[in-house]
Design a protein around this ligand. Structure first.
Ligand code: GLC
Ligand code: CA
Length: 541
């Protein structure tokens, strides 16, 4: 069976602002990342994806780019980037950057020029349209929950944005814009990076402006800019460039269904793999829906069985921590979820801090948050709930939960910085940090090390077939991975309760060998089994 290197590889996401501060200004930076490469090597990962470090006014911490060719001085210089690439490569670690091409910052020179007059040569780099009777050109609603249009008095037109109004969308229908983007992609690949995580890529094509919303609630509202036809041509252009450099690409592709994803990814697709968004489904309280989590992961596995490839993840810089959303706050829950997703078909990613079971930030006041949306979210909950509950509810959804500084050790500011960091350090750092975890073989950290090792060495887990085994409990995830030479059985109880299941005969009859488990001896695979809370085991033949 021919295997591509990324099929047995593990990625690691770095949010540079919160990873490691090398020069004592409270903000993580490139030299900080370089200083931790040895740590990453020891953990065992194969490549890193670093979220945007380009010049940016930081309305969205780097996802609003004002110069695609410049590094934000807070993080360092282009020389530092070259150094990072070189040192990472010497250790056998590949480096992915973030590619943000759905929008720029409103401070990007293209937009500033575009805004200055209707005849600007950059006007058509963005979407501009006249309003109707003093109202926006159409009724579309963006990801902020507000209109996708902002009025500009100077030229008496509206401009289009899916995210914040300070992040105007680029007009991909314009060949000049496309060329400018393609040149920029080449610049970074020429510099020596190994690929990209591609931001919001399923949204770059928009439907005709006269499309009105069929359904203004939920995902229905997003249809006019989710995987809209015409996008294929742009994706193919980009793919041709990635191929020249043999680049690894991971698309953030919400709105691309599990049926469409096989065509989007893999050797013949537009990108190497994609991140689906569906399995993150949470209730209004912010708590994850474990049953849906399993169902959705299972559907994606089945639909992508024959063709295509998935990026697997539990956490990222946009999501509150898994241990508090889907888990019950315990390390046991962090471990059970780790095993559940890590052995699926796809390439697993670990988000910084996930490897020690970092929990949500312990923010005490609204002022301690950085995320611009937090205040508005709080105010809307305040209309329904008492003060304290409104705060807790708003907090439960905040992206800042996962952006608190990395907890390296028990020293002041968790070893992240020598001064007060840009975002409050989680006070749990004294009990939960990398240095401590490395001394404790029972830690979440060692489980991840073992899982990474298993990924690297098991053909079944890298490229084997996937099959879910039904055991009579909807929150127990059991699946088999099978290659020509090997089988693995993964068994996880994703609840905080003891549960009874029944193991089918076809599974019981095999001569499994225990690889890892939450119980020292694992469990004998009998017909009826009682699983302890957050039990996990991986067996192999
Ligand atoms: C992606 C990023 C998110 C950002 C958005 C707009 O979803 O992960 O952090 O705000 O795109 O660029
Ligand atoms: Ca710094």
């Amino acid at each position: 069976m021919k295997q591509d290197w990324y099929q047995s590889a593990v990625g690691y996401e770095i949010y540079p602002r919160s990873f490691c501060d090398s020069n004592g200004d409270g903000i993580g930076d490139i030299k900080g990342i370089i200083s931790k490469l040895a740590y990453l090597k020891d953990l065992g990962i194969d490549f890193i994806w670093i979220t945007p470090m380009y010049a940016s006014p930081n309305v969205d911490n780097g996802y609003d780019i004002s110069d695609y060719y410049a590094i934000n001085p807070e993080y360092g210089t282009l020389e530092d980037v070259k150094d990072l690439i070189q040192q990472a490569h010497e250790m056998g670690i590949k480096v992915l950057f973030d590619l943000v091409v759905n929008h720029t910052s409103d401070q990007h020179p293209w937009f500033r020029d575009a805004k200055s007059s209707k005849t600007s040569p950059y006007r058509d780099f963005y979407h501009w349209k006249k309003g109707k009777d003093n109202r926006p050109p159409n009724d579309w609603i963006g990801f902020s929950g507000l209109s996708t249009w902002t009025y500009d008095a100077l030229t008496d037109e509206y401009y289009f944005h899916l995210f914040d109004q300070k992040q105007p969308d680029l007009n991909w229908k314009n060949p000049k814009l496309r060329q400018a983007i393609y040149d920029m992609i080449r610049f970074w690949l020429e510099l020596g990076i190994d690929g990209f995580r591609i931001d919001a890529i399923s949204h770059i094509q928009k439907a005709d402006w006269d499309v009105t919303l069929q359904d203004s609630k939920g995902d229905g509202a997003y249809q006019p800019f989710m995987n809209v036809s015409g996008i294929e041509a742009y994706l193919s252009d980009m793919k041709a460039i990635y191929e020249e450099y043999d680049a690894l690409t991971v698309g953030e592709a919400s709105g691309v269904s599990s049926q469409e994803a096989p065509k989007w990814t893999g050797r013949n697709g537009y990108m190497t793999m994609l991140f689906e968004w569906e399995h993150n489904y949470r209730f209004e309280t912010g708590k994850g829906d474990v049953v849906k989590f399993i169902e959705i992961l299972d559907r994606w596995q089945v639909d992508m069985q024959e063709q295509g490839w998935l990026g697997l993840y539990l956490e990222n810089h946009d999501l509150p921590r898994i241990i508090d959303t889907f888990g019950d706050g315990s390390d046991s829950s962090a471990k059970a979820f780790a095993v559940a997703y890590f052995c699926l078909r796809g390439t697993p990613f670990i988000y910084q801090g996930q490897e020690i079971g970092m929990t949500n930030g312990d923010f005490k006041t609204l002022e301690e948050f950085n995320e611009p949306k937090m205040k508005r979210r709080y105010e809307s909950y305040r209309q329904l709930l008492a003060d304290k509950e409104a705060f807790e509810r708003a907090k439960a959804w905040s992206k800042d939960n996962a952006r608190t500084p990395m907890q390296w050790d028990a020293s002041c500011y968790a070893g992240f910085s020598t001064v007060k960091p840009w975002l409050r350090v989680n006070s749990q750092y004294r009990e939960k940090n990398i240095a401590l975890a490395q001394k404790d073989e029972q830690s979440v950290f060692y489980l991840y090390k073992n899982l990474i090792n298993l990924r690297h060495h098991s053909q079944a887990i890298a490229v084997g077939n996937y099959q879910r085994i039904l055991v009579g409990h909807e929150a127990v995830f059991v699946y088999q991975r099978q290659s020509q030479t090997e089988s693995c059985l993964i068994l996880v109880n994703l609840t905080a309760e003891k549960v009874s299941i029944s193991m089918p005969k076809v599974i019981r009859d095999k001569n499994w060998r225990l690889v890892l488990s939450s119980e020292k001896e694992g469990l004998e695979l009998k017909k009826s089994l009682s699983l302890p809370a957050y039990f996990y085991a991986v067996y192999q033949i």
